[in-house]
Design a protein. Structure first.
Ligand SMILES: Nc1ncnc2c1ncn2[C@@H]1O[C@H](COP(=O)(O)OP(=O)(O)O)[C@@H](O)[C@H]1O
Ligand SMILES: [Mg+2]
Length: 239
C-alpha cells in the first residue's frame, strides 16, 4: 500500500488550474522525484499534500487515512513534513532554536526543553550545521538555510519528507553532499518525495520519477524511463 496517495488532485488559482486531476502515489521507503518545468504545479502539489492548500476537487490519503482538508499542524503530527522552495526559517533566533521548535511542534507533549535542544544538536550534526548552531538563522547562506529547513522538518519525526528544491544554487560538491544527505535520510526509514531541477541528482537518487507539465502528470517511471521518454524530452526541449 502506498504511504501517500492522491486521486484527482486539482487546485485552481482563479481560472488557472495549477494542479489538474493528478493521481499520484509514493510507496513506503522510496525516494520519489517530482520534476517539471517552472510553473508546472510542483510546489502547489506540495502545498496540497502538506495541507497548506486544500484540493478542490481531489482526495489525499496518508497511511491509508483520508487527510483532505485537515490542518497543516495536524498533517505534521501525523508524520508528514516539508521544506519550502522559498525558505521559511525564523530569521532572528539561533539556528539551533529553529530546529528545537520543530521538535516541540512535532511532539508537543513529550519533549522537554533540554530534550529538544539535544535532539536539535544531533540533527544539526546530521545535516552538517553544527558549527552554525548559535548564530541567528538569518546569517546563514541560502544553501545552509535550506539545510536548516531539512533539520527542522526532520525534528518533527516525519514518516514522509517533502523536499522542495533543496539543491537549487548548489555547486557540484554541495550537490553530491546533498544527495548523500537524502540517501542518509531514507536509510533512517523516512520516505522521500523531492522536487528538484538538478537532473543528475534526480536521476541518480530517485527510485521513481513523476513529471508534471501545466498542472498535469504527463509521465511517470524509473529514471531510465523518464530520461528516454519522448513526451518528457519534448517538454524540456520545448522550453
Ligand atoms: N498562491 C498562488 N496564487 C496564484 N497563482 C499561483 C499561486 N501559487 C502558484 N500559482 C501559479 O500556479 C502555477 C504553478 O506554480 P508552482 O506550483 O509554484 O509551480 P512549480 O513549483 O512547478 O514551478 C504557476 O502558474 C503559478 O504562477
Ligand atoms: Mg516550485
Amino acid at each position: 500500500m502506498p504511504i501517500l496517495e492522491g486521486q484527482g488532485v486539482t487546485k485552481y488559482f482563479g481560472g488557472l488550474a495549477a494542479v489538474s486531476n493528478v493521481d499520484f502515489h509514493v510507496d513506503q521507503g522510496e525516494i520519489a522525484g517530482l520534476i517539471g518545468p517552472n510553473g508546472a504545479g510542483k510546489t502547489t502539489l506540495f502545498g496540497l499534500i502538506s495541507a497548506a492548500l486544500v484540493p478542490n476537487p481531489g482526495l489525499i490519503r496518508f497511511k491509508g487515512e483520508d487527510i483532505t482538508g485537515i490542518k497543516p499542524h495536524q498533517i505534521c503530527r501525523k508524520g508528514l513534513a516539508r521544506t519550502f522552495q522559498s525558505v521559511k526559517i525564523f530569521p532572528n533566533i539561533p539556528v539551533i532554536d529553529n530546529v528545537a521548535l520543530g521538535v516541540h511542534f512535532g511532539t508537543p507533549e513529550q519533549a522537554t526543553a533540554t530534550q529538544a535542544v539535544e535532539e536539535a544538536t544531533r540533527l544539526l550534526e546530521f545535516v552538517g550545521l553544527s558549527a552554525q548552531a548559535a548564530v541567528p538563522a538569518r546569517d546563514l547562506t541560502l544553501v545552509n538555510q535550506k539545510l536548516l529547513e531539512v533539520a527542522r522538518a526532520l525534528a518533527t519525526k516525519p514518516k514522509v519528507l517533502l523536499l522542495d528544491e533543496i539543491m537549487a544554487g548548489l555547486n557540484h560538491t554541495e550537490v553530491a553532499q546533498a544527495m548523500e544527505l537524502v540517501s542518509k535520510i531514507r536509510a533512517q526509514g523516512i520516505t522521500i518525495l523531492m522536487i528538484e531541477h538538478v537532473m543528475k541528482a534526480i536521476m541518480s537518487v530517485c527510485d521513481r520519477i513523476m513529471v508534471l507539465h501545466h498542472g498535469k502528470k504527463i509521465a511517470e517511471g524509473t529514471p531510465q524511463e523518464i530520461a528516454t521518454s519522448e513526451t518528457v524530452i519534448k517538454v524540456y526541449l520545448g522550453e
